[in-house]
Design a protein around this ligand. Structure first.
Ligand SMILES: NC(=O)c1ccc[n+]([C@@H]2O[C@H](COP(=O)([O-])OP(=O)(O)OC[C@H]3O[C@@H](n4cnc5c(N)ncnc54)[C@H](OP(=O)(O)O)[C@@H]3O)[C@@H](O)[C@H]2O)c1
Length: 284
């Protein structure tokens, strides 16, 4: 495991803690982009082996972290503060997709989605913010999704969890400002990653749909909707997102990638037009 040293260099360098850094995903690309901007990066994921390519590079400190576990979150945040003396930037990137019609999706799957995407991020924030508040300094970047702007069919568990995260992010930006902490909503468009494969493997464990049996093929297709050939490379997305986060005055909202502009436009359309477009696109 890569580890840090002491000295003046470490005081100058920003310490960035990122969740969900498995190779091939956005978190991993952001870890590399922060390192390229001379940050000390605490890259975390559920298993060290998923970040094996970062091992041995002194710019990275690798830790196992499961955002579903309060114990894991507290331990890693505590260890990072002990080791580096600070956390300058927390990136809540870990997330899971969940595909299935809301009227039939098992509640346990929906709960797990919210536990990861919403409560997982808040677990990290509640662990890191007291430390940032004592320094009156810090940044929290929550990775939401443009999917929460259009709320189409078949992935309602996921889009509603991201909408909840966007809402929490807006509140946190106001509540954490007096503590000296900036909060940034990062809303990726369609970005090349492992999310499609993970979503398909979760989808394969879903029960057979009853009311929605005729829609099985289009529902399944929703699992890898973001992973078409024109999906934005994660490295390109990460470079732009990291630039935005590292600005002295970071933006409240950052979006980039395939479908990001069209989703922002669709958000402002009258609902009947948005529904018409979504029905056509998602075949329902
Ligand atoms: N790719 C897109 O088009 C897109 C669009 C909008 C938003 N996003 C968001 O971007 C973020 C990163 O996703 P991605 O596209 O890079 O997908 P990904 O490649 O599947 O990465 C997701 C990461 O989250 C981790 N994770 C899942 N559950 C976790 C848990 N309980 N504790 C800690 N880590 C956990 C995964 O770990 P494992 O490898 O162990 O599963 C993986 O490292 C997510 O929040 C996603 O919703 C992605």
């Amino acid at each position: 495991m890569a580890s840090g040293g002491g000295g003046d260099d470490d005081d100058r360098q920003q310490v960035v803690l990122i969740t969900g850094c498995s190779q091939g995903g956005i978190g991993h690309a952001m870890a590399r982009a922060f390192a390229a901007r001379d940050c000390r990066v605490v890259a975390t994921s559920r298993s060290i082996s998923s970040m094996a390519d970062l091992d041995g590079d002194p710019r990275f400190h690798l830790q196992e972290l499961d955002v579903l576990s309060e114990g894991s979150v507290k331990q890693v945040v505590g260890d990072v503060i002990d080791k580096f003396g600070k956390i300058d930037v927390l990136v809540n990137n870990a997330g899971v997709q969940c595909v299935g019609p809301l009227a039939e999706v098992p509640l346990s799957a929906l709960q797990r989605t919210f536990d990861t995407n919403v409560y997982g991020s808040l677990r990290m924030i509640q662990a890191a913010v007291p430390h940032m508040a004592t320094r009156k300094k810090g940044k929290v970047a929550n990775v939401g999704s443009v999917a929460a702007l259009t709320n189409g069919p078949w992935a309602g568990s996921y889009t509603s969890s991201k909408a909840a995260l966007h809402s929490m992010t807006d509140t946190l930006r106001l509540e954490l400002k007096p503590l000296g902490i900036d909060v940034i909503n990062i809303a990726p468009g369609a970005i090349k990653s492992n999310i499609g494969n993970s979503a398909v493997s979760s989808y394969n464990k879903m029960p057979e749909w009853k009311l929605y049996k005729p829609f099985e093929a289009v529902i399944r297709d929703r699992a890898h909707f973001s992973q078409g050939i024109k999906a934005t490379p994660s490295e390109e997305f990460a470079k732009e997102a990291v630039s935005a986060i590292l600005r002295k005055n970071p933006p409240a909202w950052f979006t980039y990638g395939q479908y990001s502009t069209i989703s922002c436009v669709a958000y402002h359309l009258p609902i009947f037009i948005r529904d018409f477009i979504m029905r056509k696109a998602m075949k329902c």
